[in-house]
Each structure stands twice: as C-alpha cells, then as structure tokens.
Write a protein that binds this ligand. Structure first.
Ligand code: GLY
Ligand code: MN
Ligand code: MN
Length: 433
C-alpha cells in the first residue's frame, strides 16, 4: 500500500496560511487509566494528519517560507524510560524519520519556541482543543511580550486552524482512500465473522470479541470507536456500549463496529437475527430500513448533499411505518410534523476519515453541503421501536440500523463496505452455512 504523504498535507495547509504565519500544534498526551497505568495511546487526529508521528507529548512548529520551516519537539531518548515504557524516536532520528527540518527535545521548548515564533504576524493553532495547547500558547505569548527588550515580538493576530485544516482532511488522497478501503474490508470481514459466530446464549461482548479478533488478525489492532453490540431492545439505545447482556433466541442483534487501519476509520452497522432467521415483524421493519439505505446510497454523487439523501430515505422510512400501521396519516405531513422522530431520531450520516465522526464543515444545521469527489460519508438510516413505544406490542423492542461507508467519486460513488451482506436472504444463508 502506498504510504501517506504527510509532507503533502503540511504543504497544502501552509500554502493556505497568510504570509508571516507560524503554526503550533500539540500531540495528544497519555491518559491515566488507574494509578500509574495509562489507556492505550491514540494520537491526536490533526497532529497525525500533519506528521504521521505516533508518540505522545510532541509539539510541531511550522514556519512557511522560513528556515527551519518544520520543527518538532519530542520526548528525549532515555534508556531507563525506554526499558520500562517503550521505545522513543528521540531527537537524533526525529527530523530525518519524519521528513522535518529540525528536532529538539521537549525540555528545549522554553528556550527555543519563543525564537521560532518571534516576528511572526499570525499565530495559527487550535484554540480550546487541549488544556496543554492553550497553556503552551498563553505561556509563549507572555514570554514573547515580556521579551521585547531582547528583541522578541509577539504576533498581533491569532488564527484558528480548524477551517483550513479540517477542510483539507475532508478530501481524501488516493493513498488515504486505499487505507480507508482496507479498514472497510477488514471491518466487513469482522461483521461476517460475527454473523457466523452468533447464537443464542452468547453474551454481546463475546460477539464484540469476534469482531476485535478478526480486525486484529487482519492488521487493525484498534477499533475506530467503542463497538456497539445490542441484542433485542438494547439496539434501541443508539450509543449502547455496555455489551454485557446475553443474546436471546428470537431477538435481533445490532452491531455497529469498525476498525482503525493505519490511522483511518471504518464505521459499519449490520442488524441480524440472533438465531439466524428473521421473524415476520423483524423482516417487515428491516426491509424498510434496507430500502431507505439502498436508495440513499444509490443517489450519492457530486452535487448531492447528505440532506438530499436523508429526504429520500425519510420518505421510504415514513412510508413504510404508515404501511405497517405504526404511523397514521399522510407521509409528507408526517415528515413535516417530524412524527417519525420517536422511531428515527438521528441523522443519515457523517463524514468519515481519521476520526469516525470526521471533521469538516457540514454547512447549515441539516448537512446541506454538496458532496465532492474524495469525500467519504456514512449512510446509516435506522428504525428503533422502543420497549415502551405506543404501537402494537408486536413491533416493540426492535431496533435496526444499516450503515455503509461511501466514497464520492467523479462518476458517482463507491461503496467501500459491500463485502458484508445486508439482504435478508444473504444474511440468513450466511448464518445457516
Ligand atoms: N458508530 C457511530 C456512528 O455510527 O455514528
Ligand atoms: Mn456506526
Ligand atoms: Mn456512523
């Protein structure tokens, strides 16, 4: 697989900054899990996008048009710390390995950073993103202002990097698409494995374990988010992650899980019968969600918005609910009155990339931005008839979502998650086999 060109990400960003800018960006820090042990480290997404560097605490400084142009501060090489906690790239190797001009140790921040920023007119950073980042910038500005007798000067202008940086992240390069397609393929296989392993009496977390196993064995050690494995009415809790209940004969199970492959996310949902056979009620509701999902995916192409696709999906969902007698009335007015909200209470989809809910402006609250080639979105309509819903009891406790990941192309779109079945007959056949 072609490596990601992180230098190209930096160039694209710097070319859009005004003259006289300096950019300062912090890596993520480790988070304590208990006493002296940490959660598994995950790099800050923006820092990863610009460096590909996966160590905590580093600080990146970019100075377009100046020398050195790219500088990184890293944890020191430390034999004892490395014996206990793991390898560090270190100052000696950091610049060359990461394709940057110069590297310092973090302890040199205080002495070196003011000089690297002094004289800049514009300081670009991520205000309010991390306490450490804010404190670093505040301290830097104080030092620059206090250092005027030594010839230091503070930038007059501050710029929030988000609009530029996050719009760049919205458009995936070929190499990024290849990684996302691989994340999608691995995750699809994991869902297939979970369908094959499923049987009444298993615990939800045991299906989760099947998913994690398949992903790890295929090279994706981390999931892109906490997996949702909800049997029966647990599927009606949108971000259910307890995953601790036994799966019951006759129930559906909803799995929303996707791996992170070399920094890029997949996000797939499938809903299937615990015993391998859909009941009549489950079939009826499932078919509505499936048709809504397929119609929304089918229309995706440049110029269409998530909002447009949601409108099409919504018509099918509401039409289906009317047909089943779960809603009563005329489809357009039910949509107008949002009478479907108790059963479909989330949006159709979201940007997907380094973050599962990726960054980038959706424009307008209802996601009216026109899609363009290189964007990747999810399509994930659902119906959730809670255990207390005021409907015929036979529909209660059924939650269904179907979610695919779709790349927008010049010609239309490419569904990255076709490898996991979603047709009723396909799922039943897979689970019978
Ligand atoms: N996995 C969260 C979502 O589908 O948005
Ligand atoms: Mn999902
Ligand atoms: Mn999603």
């Amino acid at each position: 697989m072609e490596p990601i060109d992180f230098a190209a990400h930096r160039r694209a960003l710097l070319s859009q900054l005004p003259a006289g800018s300096v950019l300062v960006l912090c890596a993520a820090e480790e988070t304590t899990r208990s006493n002296d042990t940490e959660y598994h480290f995950r790099q800050d997404s923006d820092f990863f996008y610009l460096t590909g560097f996966n160590e905590p605490d580093a600080v990146l400084v970019l100075r377009p048009g100046q020398s050195p142009e790219s500088v990184i501060f890293v944890r020191p090489s430390d034999k004892l710390a490395e014996i206990w906690h793991g390898r560090r790239l270190g100052k000696q190797k950091a610049a060359e390995t990461l394709g940057l001009d110069q590297a310092f140790e973090l302890a040199e921040l205080e002495s070196e950073l003011p000089g690297l920023v002094s004289g800049a007119e514009n300081l670009a950073y991520l205000p309010g993103h991390s306490a450490r980042g804010d404190a670093l910038v505040a301290d830097l500005l104080t030092r620059l202002r206090a250092g005027f007798r030594q010839g230091l000067s503070a930038p007059a202008q501050m710029q929030d990097l988000r609009p530029l940086l996050h719009d760049l992240r919205l458009f995936k390069s070929e190499a990024e698409v290849a990684l996302m397609a691989q994340a999608a393929r691995i995750s699809a296989r994991a869902h297939v494995r979970a369908m094959q392993a499923c049987q009444p009496g298993l615990y939800e977390y045991q299906l989760e374990a099947e998913i994690r196993h398949e992903c790890a064995m295929a090279g994706a050690r981390d999931m892109a988010y906490n997996s949702i494995v909800g049997g029966g009415e647990n599927a009606c809790i949108l971000h259910y992650t307890e995953n601790d209940a036994p799966l019951k004969d006759g129930d559906l199970v909803l799995i929303d899980a996707g791996c992170e492959f070399q920094g890029y996310a997949a996000d797939i949902t499938r809903t299937f019968p615990v015993n391998g056979q859909f009941s009549e009620e489950q079939k009826a509701l499932y078919q509505i969600v499936l048709e809504a999902e397929k119609a929304a995916v089918a229309m995706l192409k440049p110029g269409i918005s998530i909002k447009d696709a949601n409108a099409v999906a919504l018509k099918i969902l509401v039409g289906g609910l009317v047909e089943l007698g779960i809603l009563e009335g005329e489809v357009d007015s039910l949509i107008e009155e949002e009478a479907y909200k108790p059963y479909y209470m989330h949006g159709l989809g979201h940007w997907l990339g380094i973050d599962v809910h990726d960054v980038g402006d959706y424009r307008t609250p209802d996601r009216g931005r026109q899609l363009e080639p290189g964007m990747v979105i999810t399509v994930e309509p659902g119906l959730y008839i809670g255990p207390d819903a005021e409907v015929d009891p036979r529909w209660r406790g059924i939650g269904i979502r179907i979610e695919d990941d779709v790349l927008i192309t010049e010609e239309g779109h490419r569904n990255l998650t076709v490898d996991v079945p979603k047709e009723i007959e396909e799922i039943e056949a897979l689970m019978a086999g």
